[in-house]
Structures are given as structure tokens and as C-alpha cells.
Design a protein around this ligand. Structure first.
Ligand SMILES: C[S@@+](CC[C@H](N)C(=O)[O-])C[C@H]1O[C@@H](n2cnc3c(N)ncnc32)[C@H](O)[C@@H]1O
Length: 237
């Protein structure tokens, strides 16, 4: 499992949000949050589990939307950032942060209305183990994202500290079949590399994002997208 140790360091956890989601990186944060909200639909009073919640970007957002949320992560320092964020946002009562391993979720079957994991499957050596476990504890939607092999990500993946597992369409289809999940909806985004956005101030990144969104609304944009969001459900229900 890539990243299980990496995210245990205080300095990595403290720099996590700033490094990825400030400046032009805010476009990435906004788009990912919109993808989660769109896929989950109205969340008020729903019980939702976020697996590998990290610094609680989505956990806190969902609590603000009125959901009853649990954020689980293996890293204490990442959870600490999440707790701070929840307190600063005034939603600490609606969120429970829990330390645990996504391979053995400490919940009974069908415990949550929905379960999701973002920016997690690129770290997994055996993704099906996690996906089956996520499916087990959800009685509704299962949502996750992948970084795609047919994208600009290939060019700079080797530069990243731990690289990423990249997925082709057929990898995702095989993964879903293996986990017993059925695809309900899919969204594809970001033709321009994430690293490019992060390197720019928001005002300069803005016109590029418009071009990116324009391209993204064409078939070519889908084919070259660096990230995909997969909304799924139990194939047997
Ligand atoms: C790239 S971060 C993503 C965090 C958050 N989902 C986000 O999008 O901002 C990956 C997270 O996965 C967590 N992680 C890695 N292996 C894990 C495991 N086996 N069980 C639970 N969390 C894990 C790391 O601690 C880290 O917080």
C-alpha cells in the first residue's frame, strides 16, 4: 500500500491541503467536492462514511450539508488536521474522525447510507480488497475516483514521491466486476495536469480551467481525462 506510512508524518499532514489545493489547486478542490456532492445527491441526515478521509476536506463539507459523517483514516496526523478543520468550521459535533484501516472497516454490513473514498485507489496495491470492504458497509452508493492511465498523468507520474497506480477503463470495469459493483454514473475531468494548476496563482489558472472545462465537455476530453469519478452500487440489489 503506497502512502500508508507517508501520511503518518506530521509535516506531510500539515502541508497536505496547502500543497495541493491552494492557488490554482483550488480548482481541483472545488471540482472534486462538486463531484462528491453530485454523486451523493442530497445528504441531509444521511449517514455517510468517508474512507481514507485524510484532512477531512469532504468530511467537513458533508457535515456542513447536514450529513452525519464518519471520516476514517489510518494516519493520526491527517485526522488531526481534519479535527482542526471541523472545529474551525463549527461542525465538530456532526463529524466523527476515526483511526482505522480501510482493509478492515470496523462497522457491520450495510451500516451507512453511502460510502466513498477519494484520492485513495491510486495508492492501493490490491484495490479490490478495499472496494469489497467499502461495498460491504454501504447500503447505498459507493463512490470513488481513479487517476487514469490514458492521460497527461503518465508523463509526470514517475516524478511523484510514490507514483500512483493509474487505471484504464478496462481496469475499472474488471475491478467493479470483481467487487460485485454495478456502474450507475461516471464523470471524467481535467485534461490539463493537476501539477500545472498547482503551480499557478488562481487568477492565472482560471482561463486555463475554462479551456479545460470546454475540452472536457467533448468526447476527446473524456478520453484524455486524468481523473474519473465512479458512482456505483451493489450489483446484486
Ligand atoms: C492522498 S490522501 C487523500 C485524503 C483525502 N481523501 C483527500 O482526498 O484529500 C490518501 C489518504 O489515504 C490514507 N490511507 C492510506 N492507506 C490507508 C489505509 N489502509 N486505510 C485507511 N486510510 C489509508 C492516508 O493516510 C491518506 O490520508
Amino acid at each position: 500500500m503506497k502512502g500508508k506510512e507517508w501520511y503518518q508524518a506530521d509535516e506531510i499532514a500539515e502541508a497536505y491541503d496547502d500543497k495541493r489545493f491552494s492557488g490554482g489547486g483550488q480548482f481541483i478542490d472545488r471540482r472534486e467536492k462538486a463531484a462528491v456532492l453530485n454523486a451523493l445527491g442530497p445528504v441531509e441526515e444521511k449517514s455517510i462514511l468517508e474512507v481514507a478521509c485524510g484532512t477531512g476536506r469532504f468530511t467537513v463539507m458533508l457535515a456542513r450539508e447536514g450529513a452525519d459523517v464518519v471520516g476514517l483514516d489510518v494516519s493520526g496526523p491527517m485526522l488531526q488536521q481534519g479535527k482542526r478543520k471541523a472545529a474551525a468550521t463549527g461542525v465538530d459535533e456532526a463529524v466523527e474522525f476515526m483511526r482505522g484501516d480501510a482493509a478492515r472497516l470496523p462497522f457491520p454490513d450495510d451500516h451507512f447510507d453511502a460510502v466513498f473514498a477519494m484520492r485513495f485507489f491510486h495508492l492501493a496495491d490490491r484495490p479490490v480488497t478495499f472496494l469489497r470492504e467499502i461495498k460491504r458497509v454501504s447500503k447505498g452508493p459507493v463512490l470513488f475516483d481513479t487517476f487514469n492511465s490514458q492521460s497527461a498523468r503518465v508523463v509526470y507520474n514517475w516524478l511523484l514521491p510514490m507514483g500512483s497506480r493509474l487505471y484504464s477503463r478496462s481496469d475499472v470495469d474488471a475491478l467493479l466486476a470483481d467487487a460485485g459493483l454495478e456502474l450507475v454514473d461516471e464523470k471524467h475531468d481535467f485534461v490539463l495536469p493537476y501539477g500545472f494548476y498547482r503551480g499557478l496563482p488562481e487568477s492565472i489558472a482560471s482561463p486555463f480551467r475554462q479551456v479545460d472545462e470546454g475540452l472536457g465537455s467533448t468526447g476527446l476530453g473524456d478520453a484524455l481525462a486524468s481523473v474519473s469519478y465512479w458512482q456505483t452500487t451493489d450489483a446484486e440489489e
